[in-house]
Ligand binder design. Structure first.
Ligand SMILES: Cc1cc2nc3c(=O)[nH]c(=O)nc-3n(C[C@H](O)[C@H](O)[C@H](O)COP(=O)(O)O)c2cc1C
Ligand code: SF4
Length: 419
């Protein structure tokens, strides 16, 4: 299957920090076009493209930019979310190492569109080797007049600073990320207010994922209509998928939204290795766990079908039948119990209780009533947790309960009453 590379267009094609090679591949053309337009027209072009965020939540990018643009403020910020903590994804790392100048270009376009003069890249703490690459890219972009003061004689100033992540999964959540940049403990804030109104240091702030931003220069050069012609009605453009787990071919691959999950596994991934297909976890650690009969589905940002499939950050973790599905779920739930920041009770206590109930069932000590308790607890967590971590952490467990019900029930039917 042929890839359609928009975000990955330059990766592997150019020397990542050569301005000459970058320009030979249309580098900075999107910024030049943006600077020739009224800032409001740039926002309108992004709105018209219908691009939605690639960091997980899928919020329309143009609407976010418009909100920040409309705010009256002396200072506004563009923050690139490069925290990439989602298990089973590593696309942003590849984008930043292979094409850092596109990221600089995108952030400058965003700054011009919304009236921000400062940008920050919040880089995952576990990617320290990317600091020199990004630092060099900022340097060469500035030396060549694409960052800094009076960019390309337009009168527009924009600078980029690098910030190291806090080393916790929750720091990728946009408000925890802001707290972390401000030097505080990485804990999510109450929303509203949203960062677009009250963000970094209290100023209106655009926060976008790396992959989201990498699409922006192409939208400016090829136009919103072209971009909308790729993908589906609700999810325009392409998505980068991280294929991992028990596949013959693993890696990151970019396809139009709507691509079939079966094709990703059996064509792009060249099929399952080490056994037959047991399950697929889609989106990342907080994504649903599907069984082998559920892979005939087109992948969009939010495919609200009967299985509640959502694309998340694009992870496709394939699991063969040498694994026990309860082990897989336990591993995932351990992750969330460890990573809960502890600020709100439903998530702090709920993630631990979910894990305890699961282990009780797994160890043959469960009762059928535990399944109801799990579902009730999951519902409370989804409705009352402060941020997406607590709200979505029950998804792997609840989806596995539904999609692998026989496995759970057979353990429960052989339960030990002595517990
Ligand atoms: C627990 C948690 C972790 C997150 N981690 C990331 C992350 O590593 N990278 C990212 O871009 N978005 C992450 N997000 C989503 C961000 O809060 C935010 O929606 C995103 O950065 C917005 O960018 P986008 O609109 O371009 O997707 C996370 C959300 C939650 C709840
Ligand atoms: S939901 Fe979890 S991670 Fe988010 S604020 Fe509450 S305790 Fe912290």
């Amino acid at each position: 299957m042929e890839e359609v590379r928009i975000a990955l267009r330059n990766v592997g094609e150019i020397d990542p920090i050569s301005v000459e090679e970058f320009r030979a591949h249309d580098g900075f053309e999107g910024l030049k076009r943006a600077l020739s337009m009224d800032p409001k027209a740039v926002v309108d072009e992004v709105i018209a493209s219908k691009i939605r965020g690639r960091g997980g939540a899928g919020f329309p990018v143009g609407l976010k930019w418009n909100m920040v643009r409309d705010m009256e403020a002396d200072q506004k910020y563009i923050v690139c979310n490069a925290d990439e903590g989602e298990p089973a994804t590593n696309k942003d790392r590849i984008l930043m190492s292979g094409d850092p100048l596109s990221l600089m270009e995108s952030m400058a376009i965003a700054g011009y569109a919304v009236g921000a003069t400062k940008g920050l890249i919040y880089l995952r703490a576990e990617y320290p080797y990317l600091f020199p690459v990004l630092r060099e890219a900022v340097k060469v972009a500035t030396e060549n007049g694409f960052l800094g003061n009076n960019i390309l004689d337009s009168g527009f100033d924009f600078s980029i600073t690098l910030v190291s992540g806090g080393g916790a999964y929750v720091c990728g959540e946009e408000t925890a990320l802001i707290e972390s940049i401000e030097g505080k403990r990485g804990e999510s804030r109450f929303k509203p207010p949203y960062p677009g109104c009250v963000g970094l240091y209290g100023c209106p702030t655009v926060i976008n994922n790396v992959e989201t931003l990498m699409n922006i220069p192409v939208i400016l050069t090829k136009g919103a209509e072209w971009f909308r012609s790729v993908g589906t009605e609700d999810s325009a453009g392409t998505k980068i998928f991280t294929l991992c787990g028990n596949l013959n071919r693993r890696g990151i691959f970019e396809f139009p939204m709507g691509v079939s999950l079966r094709d990703l596994i059996f064509d792009v991934g060249e099929g399952v290795c080490g056994g037959e297909l047991l399950a697929v976890q889609l989106g990342g650690g907080s994504g649903p766990i599907l069984n082998a009969d559920q892979i005939d589905v087109g992948l969009e940002i939010d495919h609200l079908g009967p299985n509640g499939i959502a694309l998340g950050a694009g992870g496709v973790m394939v699991i063969n039948d040498s694994h026990d599905i309860l082990d897989i779920v336990e591993n995932t739930m351990e992750f969330f119990a460890d990573e809960s920041c502890g600020k709100c009770t439903p998530c702090r206590e709920g993630t631990i209780q979910l894990l305890r109930l699961l282990r009780k069932i797994k160890n043959g000590r469960g009762h059928l009533s535990d399944l109801e308790n799990l579902e009730e607890l999951a519902e409370v967590m989804t409705m009352t947790s402060l941020c997406g971590l607590g709200q979505s952490s029950p998804i792997p467990l609840i989806s596995a309960l539904k999609n692998f019900n026989d496995e759970f029930v057979s353990i429960l039917e052989g339960r030990c009453d002595l517990w």
